[in-house]
Design a protein. Sequence first.
Length: 250
Amino acid sequence: MMYLPDIGSPVPEQYRGYDIPITESVPDGALVVLPEIWPDLAKMFPYNRVALWWLSVDNFGSHGQRNLSGIDLHLCQSVYAARHVKFKVGKPSVMLTDWVTLPKSEVHRGSRVAINPAKDAGLLRRFVKARPDLEFVELRGLDAQGVADAFASCQVYVEFGANPGRDRPPREAALAGCVVASVLTGSARHDDDMPLGAGYKFNDLREASAIVDSVLADYERHHRAQQPYRFWVHNQRTEFEREVRELLAE
């Protein structure tokens, strides 16, 4: 890992568990991977093969940087991103997904609904206002342990965000044992990116309410129904390691 000079080290606390060596320089010929928000940094590596890792589609250009002329390879964390690169950028891509972890937490699950107020593609606040009968747990201002504890207290997590990639909260919620529902936006439109199973994605408030009510009425049944999704989330580190090996073998 190479940090930008104005960011520097030490390694942020949340990343220390990955135990990644830190470098201040990159040897010529090495593969350099940049996040999709900083394609212009390719100019720092004129003697390297430079890849852009599309962890998000919607955040591209959020730093005002859109110059892709120095990018040799596009890596996509989601099928949603791969389609964007193919049809909007006009380039082929290689899949490089990721994985999530969650601290252990004491389970005290009740008929509560986890939501993330920071992620609202237009329905979250309307849903909360329309359902005063529900008990909501907000993922606001929490560290990793706080997120784990919040999910461990809920039966269902509802994703109301734009899903610009394979976002962390739905997968973290699954690891914690929540049943996951999502609005049909972004990567959620692709079952390869969010394989929740039939009936757990919605377009409007009525559909969202129906899913939540059904889960709260019979959590165990829905929890069993989403076992394939939880297995998929658990298996993502293995998939990531396989994809990295294939990438470095090119």
